[in-house]
Design a protein around this ligand. Structure first.
Ligand code: PRT
Ligand code: MG
Length: 211
């Protein structure tokens, strides 16, 4: 059995907010992903490496065992349609809300509501649960623009301070989910490497509960 552990993580807010949690486990990356171009970061622990990937790719790396563990937003996990990873711990970092938002001066919608989002599956499930038929328009970013330009009536996006919505004349009309980042674990690794992974989970849980 390999005694190596790889952790997939996206740079930016998740990496920044995960750093103190990792440090509490005495895991310290040797390089800053905003400075180096390396995508595999060694840490002070000989057998632990961080893999820097896109936020939406984290569950894929973990499901296929390319990484043993990962840190991913609940938004990404809700949208993911793979065959499954374990999700043992809410790390309580990178918190925000997923909301349905509409123009402040809402126009009357004739026919089906058009909703622009990058969270197509989550949005479809949300409206299906309400028994509402909507037209979902897939975007990869800048969802706030869609209602302004008449591409969609409403959007589903993440909100933290609310400044982005406000700047584009939008207001939240419903909360779809409370979002935070979760630790995820490859199913085979959880069995094969449980002597390494179990203590990490226990320590992380303790750190999260303390903060
Ligand atoms: O940016 P990139 O295209 O590389 O990838 P990404 O957007 O998937 O990654 P990143 O790093 O931006 O976000 C990673 C994760 O952070 C998300 O999957 C969420 O789980 C979490 N998170 C927490 C957020 C926010 N808060 C957040 N506010 N992700 C994005 N935002 C965006 C939001 O989409 C909107 O554009 O920030 C804007 C709103 O912020 P406020 O403060 O103006 O409301
Ligand atoms: Mg982003």
């Amino acid at each position: 059995m390999s005694d190596n552990i790889t952790i997939a993580i996206s740079k930016g807010r998740i990496f920044n907010e995960a750093l103190p949690l990792l440090a509490a486990l005495n895991i310290r990356p040797k390089m800053d992903p905003d400075v180096t171009r390396k995508l595999i970061l060694a840490t002070n622990q000989r057998n632990i490496k961080l893999i820097i990937v896109r936020a939406t790719d984290v569950p894929t790396y973990v499901e296929y065992g390319a990484a043993d563990m990962g840190i991913a937003g609940k938004d990404v996990l809700m949208e993911y349609t793979g065959n499954g990873v374990y999700e043992p711990l809410d790390l309580q970092i990178a918190r925000c809300k997923m909301v349905l938002a509409a123009p402040k001066e809402s126009k009357k919608v004739n026919g089906r509501l058009r909703v622009a989002t990058k969270y197509v599956n989550t949005t479809r499930n949300y409206f299906a649960d309400l028994g509402r038929q909507v037209e979902i328009i897939k975007l990869y970013g800048s969802m706030e623009l869609a209602p302004v330009l008449g591409l969609a009536d409403q959007i589903v996006d993440l909100v933290d301070t609310g400044n982005t919505l406000k700047a584009n004349g939008l207001v939240p009309v419903a909360t779809i989910a409370e979002i935070s980042s979760r630790l995820i674990v490859n199913k085979a690794a959880m069995k094969m490497k449980h002597e390494l992974i179990k203590p990490m989970l226990r320590e992380l849980a303790a750190v999260v509960n303390r903060s």
